[in-house]
Design a protein around this ligand. Structure first.
Ligand SMILES: NC(=O)c1ccc[n+]([C@@H]2O[C@H](COP(=O)([O-])OP(=O)(O)OC[C@H]3O[C@@H](n4cnc5c(N)ncnc54)[C@H](O)[C@@H]3O)[C@@H](O)[C@H]2O)c1
Ligand SMILES: [Zn+2]
Length: 340
């Protein structure tokens, strides 16, 4: 088992990169271990939870709110969980975001560990210490920045992951390659989704590389003042069309990345759009869509990344080199229109 200890400003996180779920029994005191998972993961992997104190919550973003937090807290109280409790969130980003938050507030804070079970949670959501819940339609409005004690990767969970959820996670992987790692983009372009679904060794190596990219970006900028903004590549326009068109997050940011690449052609002299588009297609991701530009612009205006002089936008200087630039709203609208 490969353990990687990473220091953040407030805590050290142990990444157990080729872990086994059952090994958690040896890592934490069993009497104080409380597993929290969602109904899908539980139904598909029930055997793994045998003999463990488990709290099962409903699945889906629509349950990432206070009522579910209250449900978890009540279940913990019923179990008699004390300050010595260790909460273990097993699931996608919805579960890890929520369990991280509960652990931050239950009895003023207890230890938490994550077992991410979607590609997206493995390479993105579980890493970085951001956690929280939605309030009505407002995403991630309440939460904390607080690191887990450990993140354990057990890839056997992925055997049950539906194909569209693989695509969802690979959109973030391609994003990492675009902003930070040209070599990885080349590798992704030479392979396809089916290859990684079949080839555990290659998938393990790819996930490790992506964990390292996200860790490094967060370590450099834990409180999102600089480099961490690069992780928003494809997300500004992506978020706007995701909500309006009820798209899967990965599909929306895929389209957002293509637009950002095209804008980069004009503003950064970027020449890699063809490679990016070809790669996205190999992972089942859409690269074009008709949408109402004015509507999308007005959603983006409300976005928290808007600066007074314009919109902070992540662009590519070249593949592997993300940069951010403030684009005046008028210029941005003109460029998006140009490519619609
Ligand atoms: N904290 C952060 O830095 C950060 C970063 C990115 C995203 N997020 C959050 O992550 C969430 C999205 O994460 P997600 O895409 O993992 O969503 P999710 O947790 O909703 O999981 C997607 C679906 O897959 C199911 N599932 C999970 N693991 C499975 C498995 N192994 N087999 C079969 N089904 C499985 C879930 O039940 C769910 O239906 C959003 O709420 C987003 O805000 C947080
Ligand atoms: Zn994303």
């Amino acid at each position: 088992m490969k353990n990687w200890k990473v220091k953040f400003s407030s805590a050290t996180v142990t990444f157990v990169l080729d872990g086994k779920f059952a090994a958690i029994d040896k890592m934490v005191d069993k009497a104080n271990a409380f597993y929290i998972t969602d109904e899908n993961v539980y139904a598909l992997h029930e055997k793994k939870f045998k003999g463990k104190k488990t709290i099962v919550i409903p699945s889906g973003e629509e349950h990432k709110h206070q009522a579910t937090v209250d449900f978890i807290i009540e279940a913990l109280l019923n179990f008699g969980a004390t300050r010595q409790a260790v909460l273990i969130g097993v699931g996608g980003g919805v579960v890890t975001d929520m369990v991280g938050y509960v652990a931050g507030v239950y009895m003023r804070g207890v230890v938490v560990g994550f077992v991410p079970t979607t590609i997206l949670a493995m390479v993105d959501a579980s890493i970085g210490g951001k956690n929280g819940i939605d309030v009505g339609v407002y995403k991630n409005m309440i939460g904390l920045i607080r690191q887990p004690a450990f993140i354990l990767y057990d890839l056997s969970f992925l055997q049950s992951l539906p194909k569209h959820q693989w695509e969802n996670g690979f959109a973030e992987i391609i994003k990492h390659a675009a902003i930070k790692d040209a070599k990885m983009m080349k590798e992704l372009n030479e392979n396809d989704l089916a290859f990684y679904q079949k080839n555990t060794k290659a998938l393990t190596a790819l996930i490790e590389k992506n964990v390292q990219i996200k860790v490094k970006v967060v370590q450099k900028d834990e409180f999102e003042k600089g480099d961490r903004k690069l992780l928003n590549f494809g997300h500004t326009l992506g978020h706007a069309i995701e909500n309006e068109h009820a798209l899967l997050h990965g599909h929306a940011i895929s389209i957002g990345m293509v637009y950002a690449a095209k804008i980069s052609q004009v503003l950064q002299g970027f020449t890699g759009t063809g490679l990016l588009v070809e790669t996205l297609k190999k992972y089942g991701l859409p690269t074009a869509m008709h949408f109402n530009v004015e509507e999308a612009m007005s959603v983006m205006q409300k976005d928290k990344k808007k600066a007074s002089a314009g919109m902070q936008y992540v662009l590519l200087n070249k593949i592997g080199k993300g940069v951010y630039e403030t684009i005046p709203m008028k210029t941005l609208q003109k460029l998006i229109n140009l490519y619609s």
